[in-house]
Design a protein around this ligand. Structure first.
Ligand SMILES: *Cc1c(COP(=O)(O)O)cnc(C)c1O
Length: 412
């Protein structure tokens, strides 16, 4: 039986508490979901602003389908590139302060396409060890040499950069680390790029829509948008440089950033985009296989996303509420046997450690009607299994109080 070997591997995985299974939702994404006929209070989506089932976006998708139909029918380079895509790309580029942007069908595909198109044999990728799996796959696919640095360790990164003399150098990083919630030191990374003539690829899947002024993302959070105001001390004027020179110096710095954000998390829909200098975008259109060799996403999704961008830019109240929930949760969980990881973002992991123990905790919460995802290796390093609590602006303070209360009960 050819399947016996597979089944044995699956059984071994199950014995270690590592078998993955899916649960089927019978309701739209929201803090209140129905699974197997039972209602749950959920803290595990990446729908940070509660837009996934927003009535204005549902209406925009209906209107988009009326106007454009349901399928793009071809790849972007054949006959699948619509004015709805084009308009959204322009809006996204302007929103994140870059001259050009390119849509991809998913963030996973954007990461594969960008890294593969920009570096290859003879080049080197420098990567944080806690980067998202899609960035790890992307660098393997690119066939560039790979140097991984300890999480956030700028000294080690600098040392590694100094060892490489030839070829292109590309630093790749999550902006907000997806399983940890902490934010990468983007100004320091940018300064290292400047010093070592490297490029910086920033994956802002969890920052776009949530961080920075108007939700413009992690670059805005640090004041390193091309069109924004420089706030980082590392981007200060050179001595004796005049105002104009300062501006061009800063522009030169931020040009090194290739920005990617996904559109299925805070934006509530689906897809991703890359924003960068026009030469980078042209290169992707010509060389990124996951862009060239795939059917374009439905134009109706772009119509929906243009509307989502409006809601994001006007979403200060949603972001303020989310911030309040984060403070409430951190305050309420400070005295548990399990430690909250250091994070100021909507991703609030509770470190449990043992694979079986995290499953038991997650199951016990579920018996109390609360859904939080247990995250285990290989998604996170061995011995660091955790509950990945994610908050959304759609949660109420009463919802968060309920989670805090349940975790205290289970800690006794
Ligand atoms: C979710 C995620 C992706 C993948 O994006 P999709 O649009 O879901 O394919 C990439 N990078 C990070 C950091 C993510 O969290």
């Amino acid at each position: 039986m050819p399947f016996t070997e597979l089944q044995n591997e699956l059984d071994a995985r199950a014995a270690q508490g590592l078998l993955r299974t899916r649960r089927t939702l019978e309701s739209p994404q929201s803090p209140h979901i129905i699974v197997d006929g039972k209602p749950y209070l959920a803290f595990c989506s990446n729908d940070y602003l509660g837009l996934a089932n927003h009535p204005q976006l549902v209406a925009a998708l209906q209107q988009g389908a009326q106007q454009w139909g349901v399928g793009a029918g071809a790849a972007h380079l054949v006959s699948g590139h619509f004015s709805a895509h084009q308009q959204l790309e322009q809006e996204l580029a302007a929103f994140v302060g870059k001259p050009a942007a390119l849509l991809f069908s998913t963030g996973y595909m954007a990461n594969l396409g960008v890294v593969q198109a920009l570096v290859g044999k003879g080049d080197t990728v420098f990567a944080d060890k806690l980067n998202h799996a899609s960035l790890n796959d992307a660098m393997l696919l690119s066939r560039a040499a790979i140097k991984r640095y300890r999480h956030g360790d700028m000294a080690q990164l600098e040392q590694l950069l100094g060892q490489v003399k030839d070829g292109r150098k590309l630093i790749i990083t999550d902006a907000v680390f997806s399983m940890d919630g902490d934010i990468a030191p983007l100004p320091e990374l940018l300064a290292l790029c400047e010093k070592h003539d490297a490029w910086l690829y920033v994956d802002d899947a969890h920052g776009f829509g949530v961080l920075g002024e108007q939700g413009r993302g992690s670059l805005a959070h640090f004041g390193i948008l091309s069109g924004g105001h420089a706030r980082s001390p590392l981007l200060n004027p050179l001595p004796h440089a005049g105002e104009e020179a300062n501006e061009s110096l800063r522009a030169f710095h931020v040009n090194r950033i290739i920005y990617m954000a996904t559109l299925g998390k805070a934006a509530g829909v689906s897809g991703a985009f890359v924003a960068a200098e026009p030469a980078v975008i042209e290169t992707l259109i010509n060389h990124a296989h996951s862009y060239v060799y795939t059917t374009a996403a439905p134009p109706a999704l772009s119509v929906t996303l243009s509307q989502s961008l409006q809601l994001i830019s006007q979403g200060d109240e949603l972001r303020a509420h989310l911030k309040q929930l984060i403070t409430q949760l951190r305050g309420g969980l400070s005295d548990l046997p399990w430690r909250l990881m250091p994070s100021d973002t909507a991703i609030q992991p509770l470190l449990v450690g043992d694979n079986q123990a995290v499953l038991e905790l997650s199951n016990a919460l579920r018996e109390r009607g609360i859904w939080v995802a247990a995250i285990r290796p290989p998604t996170v390093p061995q011995g660091t299994a955790r509950l990945r609590i994610t908050l959304s602006a759609a949660h109420s303070t009463a919802n968060v109080a309920q989670l805090i209360g349940a975790l205290h009960e289970l800690a006794c």
